[in-house]
Design a protein around this ligand. Structure first.
Ligand code: TXA
Ligand code: MG
Length: 330
């Protein structure tokens, strides 16, 4: 099938109220016509997602935002500066957008993805697309088409092949539903300081932060999310005194570092070593993170240990994902 036929097929599925797996620069989305209530309901069913958890709406233009939400100068300044790109902006919604999309909220999160296939589909379809990450509820987000096919392939009309996602973690979310009071609600690839520089005022962060212990993190009350089925434990960035050992020995364990480790590392039998980036580059870590967690989850490890990133810049968003993935609370 040629690329053009594939696009035509995807557009037909969307028109008929079906779902497609859609590549974006952050993670793959599970997309439906945002203006079709029945189509959007299928997203919640396929993901097993509670109806109160709102979906992000993807658009091809600022004009399309204006059709579904009440925008303002500050929000549009961010759109012009950061779109297409990994920034979701929460605004007051208009009545034409079905309330199932926003989980009953009076606000909607909108973003323009930076991926040629997503943009081509959005432009040709002419309507906004509701799309959460294309993973079963609470599991690790997909960063390759095959991740979506493996888990949801039989439940969606088609999965568009768009290559590995170049960013690899989900968009930053800023709430601008009150223009006077900007709030970051999810850390992501665009840092709060970049938003502050553009807005010319401070931005609050209202994030549910997990609780820490000294060396190993014992997850507190935060939401479990992005989680593999294999038990996952974190260790502190740059730890030099961790014991690379396998206590149980019946099955192997995996240790994942931020950067390549010296070959001189003393490792016990039954322990495999991985790293997320050769030199510890945070962008590379973000790009590889979910794919490696999925790969290790599919291998037969008793436990996965992952080193936290340095808590600077993108490292904070990476650690947010890691802490939720390791959380044992519901
Ligand atoms: O990068 C991304 O944002 C990806 C790609 C596919 O675009 N999408 C994504 O969607 O991560 P999802 O559904 O997995 O995460 C969306 C998050 C949820 O935590 C949801 O609660 C929050 O955004 N959200 C959406 N609309 C909201 C709103 N109106 N108010 C507050 N939070 C909202
Ligand atoms: Mg998600």
């Amino acid at each position: 099938m040629s690329g053009q036929e594939t696009i035509q097929d995807a557009l037909r599925i969307l028109k008929e109220g079906g779902l497609i797996g859609l590549p974006t620069e952050t993670v793959y989305g599970l997309a439906a016509n945002a203006l079709d209530k029945e189509a959007v309901k299928k997203i919640f069913n396929v993901k097993g997602r509670p109806l109160i958890d709102p979906l992000i709406v993807h658009v091809a233009s600022i004009a399309q935002v204006q059709e579904i939400a009440h925008t303002h100068a500050l929000a549009e300044a961010l759109m012009k500066n950061f779109w297409p790109g990994p920034l979701t902006i929460i605004l007051k919604k208009k009545a034409c957008l079905p309330s199932i999309v926003t989980g009953g909220l009076a606000t909607v999160g909108v973003r323009m993805p930076d991926h040629p296939i997503a943009i081509e589909i959005l432009k040709a379809f002419g309507k906004p697309l509701a799309a959460p990450s294309a993973n079963p509820f609470k599991y690790v987000s997909p960063t390759q088409a095959k991740h979506v096919k493996q888990q949801l392939g039989d439940k969606v009309g088609m999965v568009l092949e768009g290559g590995p996602c170049k960013v690899g973690i989900e968009s930053t979310i800023i709430d601008l539903s009150d223009a006077k009071n900007p709030i970051v609600r999810r850390l992501g690839p665009i840092e709060p300081t970049a938003l502050e520089a553009q807005l010319g005022k401070p931005v609050k962060s209202l994030l549910h932060k997990p609780k820490h212990e000294k060396v190993f993190i014992s997850p507190g009350q935060m939401d479990r999310h992005y989680s593999p089925h294999t038990p996952l434990e974190l260790f502190k960035s740059g730890s030099t005194s961790i014991d690379l050992k396998n206590e149980k020995q019946t099955k192997k364990v995996a240790y994942v570092f931020q950067r390549r480790q010296a070959t001189a590392l003393k490792v016990q039998n039954g322990v495999d070593i991985y790293w997320l980036s050769e030199g510890g580059d945070l962008k590379e870590v973000a790009k590889n993170l979910f794919a490696l967690i999925r790969r290790l989850d599919d291998a037969d490890y008793a436990k996965i240990f992952i080193e936290q990133a340095e808590a600077e810049g993108l490292g904070k968003a990476i650690n947010d994902r890691l802490e939720r993935a390791a959380s044992k609370s519901p």
